[in-house]
Each structure stands twice: as structure tokens, then as C-alpha cells.
Design a protein around this ligand. Structure first.
Ligand code: HEM
Length: 301
């Protein structure tokens, strides 16, 4: 069927889908849009560098975790009382069963955690092969990658934070306001109804964004670096306050793991919000700097 002979409804559905992909769930195609320079170059460079660096760090980190796939609290590993463990057990027929234990609870996670396939063969491993780099099992190189990219993460973060303060990005866009906390219930309600800011209000981040970005950049970021440093015995003997600060090397490892998964959780919600508020407009703005602001109608219009 040619496009010309398609029913009018088909056009309407297609243009609504296209409009959703470009401008998000609550945009009105009829409203005018004006370009607005939203992200300075240092934010864009730091952001995309971070996406690459964090992806490598997470996947090489899971490789290192797999060398001993359990977490503990305190100074020593108490093998009998892990906070979390991913192990393999043997079924009666000899096949492997992956079991994940979180505190007193046990879950069958065969195929995902504890036991999964590598090149068609079942293997005992914490996280599956597709989640670890530079290969299914290569601890030494995984550690080298992790430590190399950790310094890139620190350098990128330090340059970004300095420029953010110096260029006013921190004060203007990232520093949470008291009204971000008092207005949180209303902001959550707006998000739940897929009502994203328009007009003047769309020129800055909303309260939820400020609170989340601030937490990710200035709390979880430094925390993951400090807990990472605490896992080094050499640094612990040079700076004994490090293990003291986190209640032991094993606690630091657990907090490090929780920070990594906070990044993963942030990433999932971040992508969902980017899609709901307009994939094309958002991603193009994070690449070129320019965002199209819808002028009339809707919330804060
Ligand atoms: C490791 C993964 C990621 C992290 C940690 C991350 C973190 C952040 C942070 C902290 C900001 C605020 C930047 C600032 O203004 O200083 C931001 C903004 C943004 N990110 Fe990401 N991001 C990640 C992945 C992605 C991906 C994969 C996309 C695209 C699909 C994306 C799209 C955006 C967009 C469009 C904005 C601007 C939002 C707006 O203008 O309202 N991010 N991200």
C-alpha cells in the first residue's frame, strides 16, 4: 500500500508517535517552539565521557566482583554470614542451580546470577558473561581496566565540578533549593501525570532533576571513589582513617557495590525520563547544546 492511499487515521497515529519520540508525552505539535542553548560544551563533553567511563567501570567491576561473589559488613569476610552471595549448587541430575542470597532470603537465579552459560556451557559465576569485560573471565585485565578508568572518572569529575562552580552551572542549575524539597510531592505528581515543564520553566532543571543530579554527582560519585580507595590495603595503611570511616574494608566494598547499583538505578530512570520528555529533543540538546522549548499550553506554559 502506498502512503497516499493510507487512511487518515494512519497518518494521525504515525505523527503522534513521531511527535512523542521528538518532543515527549505532553507536547502539542501545534504549539510553536523556540531554540534555547541549554547545555554548555563542558557539560556535554563530561556527560558523554562519563557514560563511556561508567559503562567500562561497571562491567570491569562486575568482573572483579565475580572473583568472590559475596559481600560482608565489617573488617573481615565472615564466610558464614554474607550480606549477599551468589553461589552455584548442584541439582540431583548434576545440573547447576544459581542461588542468590540476600540476608536470610534465598532466590533461584539460575541463568542470571550464581550459575549461567558461557559459550553454551554452564559455569559457576556471580554475574553472567555478557555483563563482564574484557572477557567472560579475566580478573587481572579486568582490574587494570577498572583502575585505569577510575582515574579517568576522577579526572573527568574534578574538571567538571571545577568548571561547574566557576561557570555558575552549579549555582544556577544543580544546587538544590529548599523549595525543591517542599515542592517534591507536587513535582512527583506532575511527573506521574507526564506533565513536563514548558516555556520559561523548561529553561532550567526541575526540582527532581536538581535533587537527583546533585546526589549522583556530589554524593554517590565521591562516595564510590572513597570506598574504592578504601579497598586498597596499601592506602589503608597510609590513611587508616579510611577503613575507620566506613567501618572496615568489607563494609567499604559493600557500600562501593551499592553505589554502583545506585548508578544503574539512576541510569534506568534517567533513560525512561529522557524518552518520556522527548528522546530526540533531549539527546540532540546533550550533543549540540540546543533544546527546543515549547511555548504555549500545558504546565508552566
Ligand atoms: C552512566 C550513565 C549516565 C549518567 C551517570 C548520566 C548523568 C547525567 C547527569 C548528572 C546529568 C546532568 C548534567 C548537568 O547538567 O550537569 C545528565 C543530563 C542528561 N542526560 Fe545523562 N547520564 C547518563 C546516561 C545518559 C544517556 C545514555 C542519555 C541519552 C539517552 C542521557 C541523556 C541526558 C540528557 C538528555 C540530559 C539533560 C536532561 C535535561 O536537559 O533535562 N544520559 N545526565
Amino acid at each position: 500500500m502506498t502512503i497516499a492511499s493510507e487512511p487518515a487515521d494512519g497518518y494521525a497515529v504515525r505523527s503522534r508517535i513521531l511527535n512523542f519520540l521528538k518532543y515527549g508525552a505532553n507536547s502539542n505539535p501545534a504549539d510553536p517552539r523556540v531554540p534555547f542553548y541549554r547545555h554548555p560544551i563542558f557539560v556535554r563533553v563530561a556527560h558523554w565521557t562519563n557514560v563511556i567511563v561508567l559503562t567500562v567501570m561497571l562491567m570491569s567491576g562486575l568482573q572483579i566482583f565475580n572473583a568472590h561473589s559475596a559481600l560482608y559488613w565489617g573488617y573481615q569476610s565472615d564466610f558464614n554470614h554474607p550480606l549477599l552471595s551468589m553461589v552455584a549448587m548442584q541439582n540431583d541430575d548434576g545440573s547447576l542451580k544459581g542461588v542468590t542470597q540476600i540476608g536470610p532470603w534465598q532466590f533461584d537465579t539460575t541463568g542470571w546470577l550464581g550459575a549461567s552459560q558461557v559459550n553454551g556451557q554452564w559455569a559457576v559465576r556471580g554475574f553472567p558473561a555478557w555483563a563482564t569485560i574484557p572477557g567472560p573471565q579475566w580478573l587481572a585485565l579486568g582490574r587494570l581496566w577498572h583502575f585505569f578508568f577510575a582515574w579517568l572518572f576522577v579526572a573527568n569529575g574534578a574538571i567538571f565540578a571545577s568548571l561547574a562552580v566557576y561557570r555558575g552551572h552549579f549555582r544556577r542549575d544543580l544546587k538544590p533549593k529548599v523549595s525543591d524539597i517542599t515542592g517534591l510531592p507536587a513535582e512527583i505528581a506532575h511527573h506521574a501525570k507526564l506533565q513536563f515543564p514548558k516555556g520559561e520553566a523548561a529553561k532550567t532543571y526541575n526540582g527532581i532533576q536538581r535533587l537527583t543530579y546533585f546526589t549522583v554527582i556530589f554524593i554517590i560519585g565521591p562516595l564510590i571513589v572513597l570506598t574504592g580507595l578504601t579497598m586498597s590495603p596499601t592506602l589503608d595503611s597510609a590513611f587508616p582513617f579510611l577503613p575507620w570511616l566506613f567501618g572496615g574494608r568489607q563494609s567499604a566494598r559493600t557500600i562501593h557495590f551499592l553505589c554502583a547499583f545506585s548508578f544503574v538505578l539512576f541510569f534506568i530512570v534517567h533513560i525512561v525520563m529522557v524518552v518520556l520528555s522527548g528522546t530526540w529533543n533531549n539527546v540532540r540538546a546533550m550533543i549540540t547544546g540546543t533544546y527546543e522549548i515549547e511555548q504555549a499550553g500545558g504546565r508552566h506554559g
